[in-house]
Design a protein. Structure first.
Length: 155
């Protein structure tokens, strides 16, 4: 049975939740081809949050029965880097590992998409590591399609 997740704007105490869960899940964004020490990955996540907080954004928090389960950082003024087309951009999304598979990610994505529509943005975009199969399946089920690929080579 899927739970109904309430998704809304964060309260003041949710900032610590975003930092804690983001640091906990950040290693899932690291591809095996480009390994990095955990402390560097966590520091990169902290820089991302600082970058997001210093521009127009919305933070969505998913909770059920007063228990937080995930968050999504949504940017609304970052145009596509190739076409300069306006878009909503998912800067980061995290779901507590104990709550995965219960609709949290889908609820967060839906909230961000609704916000993008409300703001008149014609597209949504995000990045995901090729190896993150669960996240890729969620995005594909939600209608996201691969548009470009980042190719890397170990030297």
């Amino acid at each position: 049975m899927r739970r109904a997740w309430r998704v809304g704007a964060p309260a003041d105490e949710d900032r610590a939740f975003v930092r804690t869960l983001g640091r906990k899940t950040a290693l899932a964004s690291v591809a095996s081809q480009r390994p990095a020490p955990a402390n560097m990955v966590r520091a990169a996540f902290d820089r991302l949050v600082d970058l997001v907080e210093n521009q127009s954004h919305v933070t969505f928090i998913a909770e059920n029965d007063g228990k937080r389960a995930g968050f999504l950082l949504f940017l609304d003024t970052v145009p596509d880097d190739v076409t300069a087309t306006a878009q909503g951009f998912v800067a980061y999304m995290a779901v507590d590992p104990r709550r995965r598979g219960g609709g949290v990610g889908a609820a967060l994505l839906t909230a961000a998409e609704n916000e993008a529509r409300r703001r008149g943005l014609p597209y949504m975009a995000l990045m995901v590591t090729e190896e993150n199969d669960a996240a890729r399946r969620l995005y594909e089920r939600s209608g996201y399609r691969t548009e470009r690929r980042l190719l890397c080579k170990t030297l």
